[in-house]
Ligand binder design. Structure first.
Ligand code: T5A
Length: 212
């Protein structure tokens, strides 16, 4: 038997997070786990979805300043954590989230240059250090990831930022992944079949360690 958990999937645009969420969900089902909630950040509640639209669209004449962007990401996250994730975990569901607070550290911290101390303060103030049991970080080079994302649809305003922004974001992801043993890094530059195989292997190893 395994106690229900909160799993986050992280990575740059085009890293393959959607595919990873489905892969993790299918593995859980094989373990006979049926009560699974899939969410995305920012989003997955009516208010957080409105914040998502605002962030993705922005206004060319009135761009968000970086602190506003950070606070909007956190507002959406708090709404989702309190309204859906915590209640679901309390009811015994497994929760898989496409992105969580590591995204803020990487994008608004690494990419936009907001100090880590400010972001961790925000985290401890409003999330009470509510953290995923496991984070799968899909490491992709910005060039490869953005090329994949642009093939699928037109890029939104965050995705149109410079390569320097995404290189800094990736650097921050990698740095934090090294510091935290609850983060598993997967090479997402490989083809989708290989990446899926690696995710399966890592998640099965992890699940076997969780059996009580
Ligand atoms: N954001 C979010 C912040 O700045 N701070 C925050 O705190 C938070 C929470 C959210 C945006 O908000 C920012 C980050 C984002 O800019 P989003 O749509 O949720 O936006 O996130 P994106 O990363 O933009 O979503 P994508 O859909 O682009 O990325 P995915 O989900 O990683 O990519 P996926 O799985 O949809 O794949 C994209 C394409 O690539 C192919 C897929 O088939 C698909 O066509 N693909 C591969 N092709 C070849 N090889 C592989 N290994 C492949 N993996 C996927």
């Amino acid at each position: 038997m395994i106690k229900n958990k909160f799993i986050a999937i992280e990575g740059l645009e085009g890293a393959g997070k959607t595919n990873a969420c489905i892969c993790v969900k299918n593995i859980l089902k094989k373990y006979n786990i049926k009560n699974i909630l899939l969410v995305r950040q920012p989003g997955s509640t009516p208010i957080a979805e409105d914040i998502r639209k605002l962030i993705k669209k922005q206004f060319n004449t009135d761009n968000l300043i970086k602190e506003t962007e950070l606070l909007l990401m956190y507002a959406a996250r708090i709404q989702l954590v309190e309204k859906k994730i915590k209640p679901a975990l309390k009811n015994g569901a497994w929760v898989i989230s496409d992105r969580h607070d590591l995204s803020s550290l990487a994008y608004q911290g690494g990419g936009l240059g907001i100090k880590k101390t400010k972001i961790t303060k925000l985290k401890s103030l409003f999330l009470n250090n509510f953290i995923p049991d496991l984070t799968i970080y899909l490491d992709v080079s910005p060039k490869i990831g953005l090329a994949r994302a642009s093939k699928r649809n037109t890029l939104d305003l965050i995705e149109k930022r410079s390569l320097k922004f995404f290189n800094q974001t990736r650097k921050c992801y990698l740095k934090n992944a090294k510091l935290d043993n609850k983060i598993i890094t997967i090479n997402a530059n490989l083809n989708i079949k290989k990446v899926t195989q690696n995710i399966k292997k890592k998640i099965l190893d992890w699940l076997n360690k969780q059996v009580i």
